[in-house]
Write a protein that binds this ligand. Structure first.
Ligand code: FAD
Length: 373
């Protein structure tokens, strides 16, 4: 029997190769943590093995899930196995944020790590195996005034009795071509995820808010030196965070400093910087660049219907509920605290179970879960 799993965006994963997880009774030694940012290419192409275009397939379901990151696809696995025959409207980044990275070493179950797109390919194959229909479209408008809820994508109307919003958040980037080219090869937007790869390396963090300072401080656990780069001479971060960073011998703060270019072919080797006051340019050696200028939650289509907090993230009540009965929320679209694949997946699981029980409570599906709503 072939161990080849279906492809996601053109990728296929062969578990018969060297990367198979070690047997449970023979734990693998911690591998040498050499960084190979030149490894597998980062895939962004949409469409999986049973890709359904917006013009075919079902447009009505008991449950529609918007978003196909770890939260949306985990919700789909649970909902599909509960016979809800969910439709996933996957958005323009099918697979979500992990499609933008290479090595993922903190997702449980993969002791040797896994490439982000490969991991999301597995999520999707598992959701589809149980009957999920995935359509790679962005929702542009919704009407949540009554049930069935109505959603529109590319002019096509979808209807559902229950809805899970798992549209995630997008990390903000500087917008440089070189930054895009070297993403996952030394350029990152997640210190918790990628800091470990930079043991004894010299790196830089861009940003001037609390998050940038938190990330810089966290990164000093690994890096030999952390350069903080900020375009202005004043910081948005709280004074205490700035003071702490100034006291840290591993952190060097560079104000009035913008990044013009990330240098390197296969991986980051340095930065071309510009003094924002004098315009003078210089080069800095660096093995990595962390962009910490914020995240934008993907809430546009829902803003008229669902409450957002001061940072623009959706507000949840009692775990996964929104203010509208039958509309559930999961993952980074509400969570700006943890922002991890495993927490988003956990959230997706909870949202699917909540949706399932709610559909039962409404008599829309047969009541067969063990716990009453
Ligand atoms: C560079 C980088 C590296 C990372 N590395 C790691 C790591 O190593 N380990 C880890 O645990 N976490 C990592 N993370 C964080 C992790 O990727 C996120 O926490 C996780 O993906 C959040 O999952 P989510 O499902 O909530 O949202 P997302 O992954 O953001 O997915 C959102 C989904 O919603 C869809 N969508 C958005 N708007 C619409 C719309 N209008 N209509 C339809 N669909 C829509 C998108 O297409 C996408 O499919 C990393 C993040 C980044 C940016």
């Amino acid at each position: 029997m072939s161990k080849q799993t279906p492809a996601f965006g053109g990728l296929s994963i062969d578990f018969s190769g060297d990367t198979a997880p070690a047997a449970p009774f023979a734990p693998a030694p911690l591998p040498e943590m050499a960084i190979d940012f030149g490894a597998a290419p980062v895939a962004t192409a949409p469409g999986g093995p049973s890709f359904v275009s917006a013009h075919e397939g079902r447009t009505e379901s008991k449950l529609i899930i918007v978003g196909s990151g770890p939260a949306g696809l985990t919700a789909a696995i649970y909902a599909a196995r509960a016979n809800l025959e969910p439709i996933v409207l996957a958005g323009s980044t099918p697979g979500g944020q992990l499609m933008l990275t290479s090595d993922v070493e903190n997702y449980p179950g993969f002791p040797d790590g896994i490439q982000g797109p490969d991991l999301m390919g597995l999520f999707r194959a598992q959701a589809e195996r149980f009957g999920t229909q995935v359509v790679d479209v962005d929702i542009d408008r919704v009407d949540l005034s009554q049930r069935p809820f109505r959603l529109w994508a590319r002019g096509i109307e979808y209807k559902a009795q229950a809805l899970i919003v798992a549209t995630g958040a997008s990390a903000m980037w500087l917008g440089l071509d070189s930054e895009t080219r070297l993403r996952g090869r030394g350029v990152s937007a997640c210190a918790t995820c990628d800091g470990f790869f930079f043991r004894d390396k010299e790196i830089a963090v861009v940003g001037g808010g609390d998050t940038a300072f938190e990330e810089a401080s966290y990164l000093t656990r690994f890096a030999s030196k952390v350069h903080m780069l900020h375009r202005r001479d004043e910081f948005r971060a709280s004074r205490i965070m700035v003071e702490r960073a100034r006291m840290n011998p591993k952190i060097e703060i560079h104000t009035n400093t913008g990044v013009e270019e990330v240098l390197g072919d296969e991986k980051v080797t340095g930065l071309r910087l510009k003094d924002t006051e004098t315009g003078k340019e210089r080069e800095m050696t660096a093995d990595g660049l962390f962009i910490a200028i914020g995240h934008r939650p993907n809430t546009e289509a829902f803003r008229d219907w669902l409450e957002v907090d001061v940072k623009g993230y959706l507000v949840v009540r009692d775990k996964t509920n929104s203010d509208i009965e039958g509309v559930f929320i999961a993952g980074d679209v509400h969570d700006h605290r943890y922002r991890q694949a495993v927490t988003a997946a956990g959230d997706g699981c909870m949202a699917a179970i909540d949706a399932e029980r709610w559909l039962e409570s409404q008599g829309i599906t047969e009541a067969n879960t063990l716990t009453a709503w």
